[in-house]
Design a protein. Sequence first.
Length: 258
Amino acid sequence: MTLFYIVLATFMGGVLSVVVAASLTYAMLGQLVKHLVSLSAGVLLGTALLHTLPEAFESQVDPRTLFAVLLGGLLFFFLLEKAELYRHDHHHEGDGHDHHHHFDAEQAGRGGFSVLVGDSIHNFCDGIIIAAAFIASPELGLTTSLAIILHEIPQEVGDTIVLINAGFTRRKALFYNALSGLAAVVGGVLGYFVLGTWQAIFPYLLVVAASSFIYVAVADLIPQMQRRMPWREMLQQVLWIGAGLGLIVLALSHLHEH
């Protein structure tokens, strides 16, 4: 049953977001992404700080070692994002360099495939994290899956918009995004068969997962919300973050009762 739950959770995380993107108009996509960014920040922080890290620190591993892994994970994701930013940097037709006509369109297409490759790797790692969480405990697997799925929806919707702007048709953008999402299933299945014999590394994997959640929330999602806005919008942000935290608290309380 554990393998079934892993496949189901990774499939939902990879494909559900594409279904959402396919069913909404551009205007609705923009509104959805705005609110889901706030919701995702609350879910990711709640999962990392209220469940994943406490689960890891309940092991017999020295807490100082786990804090070192947490620090290393945060630095790793910082460097990974740096590499991603440099990889997307390119020249333009109007930048003073001698480029042929349609150079920007060609670069946009390459950038689109670059996004897909990076997203596939990210989804594959998410699959491994979900597998490790389910192997550790069903409760941790469910909350970790919830955090990843809710984060993937705005991310994949945003990627769909990027791919369309890069020259893909809407149908192709959705198809390639769904294909990229299936990398999570591959990571989950592989993680189930490989990690099952390596129980000792679970605490470290959980801390790495927590560092990923914390970094995405603090370095990616929250900065998107840090701009001047009317009080009504700011209140909405706070409420959506609170809703994300509330989802995790409710999930944890319900799971602990069972």
